[in-house]
Design a protein around this ligand. Sequence first.
Ligand code: SF4
Length: 86
Amino acid sequence: MAGSWGCPHEANDVCTKVNNLPCDPGMKGCVLYGRFVFANDDKNERLRQKQARRDDAADAAGRAEASAADGMSLPRSVGDDAPAKT
Ligand code: SF4
């Protein structure tokens, strides 16, 4: 049907990607798992974990930026000051 989505892993209401279990979009192992928000909140755990990791990374980047703006710098790698060999 035009406009609808059909999963290539679904055959006869069975998921060929996840152990031939009945197709349950968003279940663990499904191609949609962790990528979309579902009305059944049990299926949103992975998405929340990914969002939390992104938020943590953004916070860390923000802290590093704030430190640099305050004149504090992050530790540099050994060898940063070494002259380049030509
Ligand atoms: S559970 Fe997900 S991957 Fe499996 S057939 Fe259904 S929509 Fe496709």
